[in-house]
Design a protein around this ligand. Structure first.
Ligand SMILES: Cc1cc2nc3c(=O)[nH]c(=O)nc-3n(C[C@H](O)[C@H](O)[C@H](O)COP(=O)(O)O)c2cc1C
Length: 360
């Protein structure tokens, strides 16, 4: 049966493209050759690569919601889960957590295990799913975008980025935009999922989650992470992308996800984030001057950085949020301009929600 299907040029193209290096040789063929529920005409069958890495499964759950409608529409999806050569711990021991900052900020990512997809495989659309570590893309995604295989896969291809994090993704997305451009990819859309908890609450609940693995309600604060209804709502992006692929819209280079509230930017957080990014830049260079990640020589500098971080979170962040709130009538038009600029390319408008969000 598989041999029959390999007579099909589309299937042959993929069967040749997916060489498994970690799993048994037949494994990648299975999801690619599964029967679609509503097969589009063979000529319009598209190949989508979804790149993902997730420690708690949150990002994988969101990616799965997006992939569902694509597969149901008959498009072929290959999900590539990044595997760091040396795994990152979860929950994170405190020292490892702080020690990860300099390399995240300097985009100095340790290598990944070889991908399961061949570097010369051809895709019509690439979806890069990542989380934020220290206002930067998480190291596995940085490693992918720096790797020869990653660059080759996204060269000249339309790319959609999808982030799920606490609430600060603007700087990380700026870095993603640069890395994608350096690799020759064309960024068309960006989708952001964040924790809807108050920024001061998530300053407690997110570190508790990543340092202990516990994300439940705590001291009256809401559970950490992206809310389950938001995760379910991610299907709307899969539906819209499936429609876009059916009409070859991915070839236009234009956004395909406008009107779906793909992102919502709080410009006040953007200002805090810029300040944080500048400070992390200085600290990361300083700490790296003491030694490599994991070395004892940089422990004293890491300790000073940790104290700085705690003082910042307890004093400077609330003060700056309060000041911005007090000054917001004066800053209103400037902040609105900043919001509109930062929400590009997919935007926060909702005119297409009725069409694609069936959970409403
Ligand atoms: C080392 C580390 C640093 C993080 N830094 C940030 C950050 O700067 N901004 C943010 O919004 N979330 C941050 N987070 C939260 C992650 O973006 C993400 O939401 C969380 O780790 C769960 O992701 P996952 O289970 O899908 O891997 C950080 C998490 C880790 C482990």
């Amino acid at each position: 049966m598989i041999a029959d299907k390999l007579e099909n040029p589309q299937a042959r193209r993929l069967g040749m493209a997916f060489r498994s290096n970690r799993q048994i040789a037949t494994r990648p063929l299975f999801p690619l050759l599964e029967s679609p529920q509503n097969p589009p005409p063979e000529t319009n069958l598209k190949h989508v690569l979804v790149v993902n890495y997730s420690q708690t499964g949150q990002l994988s759950d969101i990616a799965a919601q997006v992939v569902g409608p694509l597969r149901e529409a008959g498009h072929r999806v290959h999900q590539e889960t990044l595997v760091p050569a040396t795994p990152y711990p979860f929950p994170w021991p405190v020292v490892d957590f702080v020690d990860a900052m300099p390399e995240c900020v300097q985009c100095d990512a340790p290598p990944l295990q070889p991908l399961t997809v061949a570097a010369d495989a051809e895709f019509d659309l690439i979806i890069l799913c990542y989380q934020v570590w220290y206002l930067s893309p998480a190291l596995p995604m940085t490693a992918f975008l720096h790797s020869d295989a990653g660059k080759s896969l996204i060269r000249n291809k339309p790319v959609v980025t999808l982030v799920a994090c606490r609430n600060m993704w603007l700087s990380a997305q700026e870095t993603m935009r640069q890395l994608i451009a350096e690799a020759g990819g064309k960024l068309c859309d960006h989708i952001a999922f964040t924790d809807r908890g108050h920024p001061l609450a998530t300053f407690i609940t997110t570190p508790r989650w990543v340092l202990t693995g516990k994300r439940d309600r705590f001291l009256g604060l809401p559970p950490a992470g992206v809310a389950p209804d938001e995760i379910r709502g991610a299907r709307r992006f899969g539906r819209a992308l499936a429609n876009a692929l059916d009409s070859n819209a991915e070839r236009s280079g234009q956004p395909m996800l406008r009107g779906l509230r793909a992102v919502t930017v709080n410009p006040r957080l953007a200002i805090s984030e810029r300040a944080g990014r500048r400070a992390f830049g200085v600290w990361s260079r300083l700490i790296r001057a003491f030694g490599q990640r994991g070395s004892w020589q940089r422990r004293p500098a890491l300790l000073v950085f940790s104290l700085y971080l705690i003082v910042m979170v307890l004093t400077v962040v609330p003060t700056s949020l309060l000041l911005q709130w007090l000054l917001s009538p004066l800053l209103k038009s400037r902040l609105e301009g900043l919001r509109a600029q930062l929400e590009q390319p997919s935007g926060s408008e909702e005119f297409n929600l009725k069409k694609y969000d069936q959970s409403r």
